[in-house]
Design a protein around this ligand. Structure first.
Ligand SMILES: Cc1cc2nc3c(=O)[nH]c(=O)nc-3n(C[C@H](O)[C@H](O)[C@H](O)COP(=O)(O)O)c2cc1C
Length: 367
């Protein structure tokens, strides 16, 4: 049976189909992180395309955690009005929306965060080209609380769920990674210690949003270098998520490298799709949490097979929905078998607050 357009309920959330828009930074916010009208319009358009759940681009939970100048903020109650309006715009179109909350850590924007904060003061060109300052224990506690307060705002603003970013080399990834986290106190060393930040952030979030509000994480399963987080360790973290009170997990990579990038280029054929499938296989064995998998999902055939084989519960996508927000509706109507996205990574905004857009030439792709 085809499952892509069947509903799925977990906890208090029922998604109308199995397609999730993975968090994608819009690069549209004004300098203090407020949401401009064009971002409201962008999300209205995305919702109309029929995706089952939208996860917003990452939003910074603390002024020191801003990753780029046009990143949306969730660090203060002064942002609540704009956040509520965004939730309203999406829900008025019948959409469901989660907010991804994040702190950039050592990957903070140099213009707005002159001194990046990180688990350890390590300069390593694979991680960053700037010298970060190692967090004090008091600062770690402050950032954990900032994640909790951000989640409280997400719920208060009326969003349907919250996702804790713990992938792609941002602060959550940095704590998990032995390459970035060289601490010798209870926040570093053993995997249990490196996991402590995620455990405490999850607890702070849960304490703020209550027992039934949906909380997910996007987990970086593996870094792209030998002394980083290994896939075996990533699976152990995934195994612990249910005990942390989380309701679902989306899988991606941690720190990237030349050979391991979260947004892989050149996904053109079905066999190149679902490029993190090994992560789903490792995680299915250790947890029964609902599973979202991102990375190169492009064709109906591959997506349906993943669902039919029970490899995943949801198929997450980023670039195909920049290429065409109507891709879900076109799949449902049988108008398309495959996304027109050629994974060339021409979607990042080149100018300040210009916003993401597909700048690839339109090309016929093989089904
Ligand atoms: C323009 C752009 C912005 C992104 N922003 C985020 C983000 O804010 N948070 C996140 O977790 N991943 C982000 N990603 C990564 C995607 O969510 C996704 O993991 C990756 O692109 C692989 O999926 P895809 O092959 O469907 O694009 C971004 C990707 C792109 C192309």
């Amino acid at each position: 049976m085809n499952q892509l357009f069947t509903p799925y309920t977990f906890g208090s959330l029922t998604l109308p189909n199995r397609l999730v828009r993975s968090a994608t930074a819009e690069r549209m916010a004004v300098p203090d992180g407020e949401i401009p009208q064009k971002m409201m319009d962008f999300y209205r358009r995305l919702t109309q395309g029929g995706v089952g759940l939208i996860i917003t681009g990452h939003m910074y939970v603390h002024p020191t955690g801003k990753a780029h100048p046009e990143m949306t903020g969730v660090y203060s109650d002064k942002l609540l009005d704009g956040l509520s309006q965004l939730a309203d715009v999406i829900q008025a179109e019948g959409g469901l929306v989660a907010v991804q909350i994040n702190h950039a850590g050592l990957k903070a924007d140099p213009e707005t965060v002159p001194e990046p904060l990180a688990p350890s003061a390590v300069v390593d060109e694979r991680l960053t080209n700037r010298m970060p300052r190692g967090l004090t224990v008091e600062e770690i506690e402050e950032l954990i609380d900032a994640f909790g307060q951000a989640a409280r705002r997400v719920k208060q603003a009326g969003f349907d769920a919250v996702q804790i970013h713990s992938a792609h080399g941002y602060l959550g990834s940095q704590f998990l990674s032995p390459a970035a986290n060289r601490r010798t106190d209870e926040w570093g060393g053993s995997l249990e210690n490196r996991m402590r930040f995620l455990r405490r952030v999850s607890a702070a979030v849960r304490a703020q949003v209550g027992p039934v509000y949906p909380v997910f994480t996007k987990l970086g399963m593996q870094d792209g270098f030998d002394d980083g987080l290994t896939l075996e360790e990533g699976a152990q973290v995934a195994a612990a998520l249910k005990g942390m009170g989380l309701d679902a997990v989306e899988l991606s990579s941690g720190f990237g490298s030349k050979t391991l990038t979260s947004s892989r280029k050149g996904v053109r054929r079905p066999k190149e799709e679902a490029y993190f499938l090994s992560y789903a296989r490792a995680v299915r064995e250790v947890t029964d949490l609902p599973l979202m998998l991102v990375g190169g999902m492009r064709s109906r055939q591959v997506m349906e097979q993943l669902l039919a084989d029970g490899e995943v519960d949801f198929v997450s996508m980023s670039r195909p929905l920049i290429n065409d927000p109507d891709f879900p509706n076109k799949l449902r109507a049988g108008e398309l078998e495959r996304s027109g996205c050629i994974s060339a990574n021409n979607c990042w905004a080149r100018e300040m607050d210009a916003g993401i857009a597909c700048k690839c030439p339109v090309e016929k792709v093989d089904a």
